[in-house]
Design a protein around this ligand. Structure first.
Ligand code: PMV
Length: 338
């Protein structure tokens, strides 16, 4: 039995603009998806996904998922639970040169689905790592990140940047610009996350921004301006000592950039009433800055606040279903048991 976990993430800056080659800075957080893999001899794949915010179910199917698993659960739910796992299995089989390998897989995730916290990337990263290890062919991290990106790209019909999968693999704060990905050394930032209980449709939201950008030069300028925010934020982070607590001045400056980043995302049509309400609740509670994280449309916001005020205030905000402090996950993908 091989057990591997991988973290979710928040975007400090840069979602959506990263799709058009601007840089982005996602940060891994200590909310993990854990995947357990046991090879089996018959080439079948059995997936148990108890915590994918679906009512727990298990499905078993043979080599061709095209025919679909034989269970009485709506197709979109099956696809949500198994699409990413299937793609991870395909990548693992290919990497280990074992096209007929079968697995019992169970997925346990603390990360809400489709809420901007990188749940699918974490499942794919942990899944590929666990399956290749179970086959005796562990991958180095660069190849793992690459294959996880490929898996997401396939499932999302090409609407994926490398940001989520690279961040989940490497941990910490990372910088992604096109195919160029690297880890950033940053101090621990006081992230607070608010979750509205909903989810956005990433494909639709990305398409919406693309359409605005194609129609209006000022929308294209807005996307470019998000890139400028990221570059500004990066230079602040580069000047900070990663070993010390961040100064109040640094948190204040990063927060200001997050606020502007949220305003620009909102201008591009990807915020929502509940995301805006949570952002304003955080700001009014004294957060240094707050923005939506991920594709938007619903899901999560991220705020910076070293005090407990923002978390408490979000807990009493009707549009917020869950609020929590999120520590930077320095580890990335991690073997829990082998
Ligand atoms: O909501 P998430 O975690 O899937 O993030 C989407 C981020 C986008 O920049 C909108 C798309 C991408 O693949 O980078």
């Amino acid at each position: 039995m091989t057990v591997v976990s991988a973290p979710g993430k928040v975007y400090l800056f840069g979602e959506h603009a990263v799709v058009y080659g601007e840089p982005a800075v996602p940060c891994a957080i200590e909310k993990r998806a854990t995947v357990t893999v046991e090879p089996r001899d018959d080439g079948h794949v059995r997936v148990e996904a108890q915590d994918l915010t679906l009512n727990g179910f298990a499905v078993e199917y043979a080599d061709s998922p095209a025919s679909g698993p034989d269970v009485d659960v709506p197709k979109p739910l099956i696809e949500a639970a198994t699409g990413y796992v299937d793609a991870a299995v395909e990548q693992a089989r290919d990497a280990a040169d074992a096209p007929a390998a079968g697995f019992d897989i169970s997925v346990d995730s603390e990360i809400p689905l489709g809420a901007g916290l990188g749940s699918s990337a974490a499942v794919v990263v942990a899944g590929i790592d666990a399956a290749t290890r179970a086959l005796g062919e562990p991958l180095d991290r660069r190849e793992l990140a690459d294959r996880a990106y490929q898996a997401e790209y396939d499932v999302q019909d090409g609407q994926a940047s490398r940001a989520d999968t690279f961040c989940s693999t490497m941990g910490g704060a990372v910088r992604v610009e096109g195919d160029d990905c690297s880890r950033l050394e940053t101090p621990e930032l006081p992230f607070v996350v608010g979750f509205d209980g909903g989810a956005g449709d990433t494909g639709q939201l990305v398409a919406g921004v693309r359409s605005l950008r194609d129609r209006y030069d000022f929308a294209a300028d807005t996307v470019d301006a998000i890139g400028d925010i990221v570059r500004e934020g990066e230079s602040l982070l580069a000047a900070a000592d990663p070993e010390s607590d961040p100064s109040a001045e640094l948190i204040g400056e990063l927060g200001e950039l997050m606020d502007i980043n949220h305003g620009l995302l909102s201008a591009l049509g990807v915020s929502s009433r509940s995301l805006d309400t949570m952002v304003w609740a955080a700001r009014e509670a004294g957060a240094d800055g707050a923005k939506l994280t991920g594709a938007g449309g619903g899901g999560c916001i991220v705020a910076l606040d070293a005090t407990t005020e923002t978390e408490t205030s979000l807990q009493y905000t009707p549009d917020c279903e869950q609020a929590f402090r999120a520590e930077l996950a320095t580890d990335g993908v991690r073997v829990e048991d082998e």
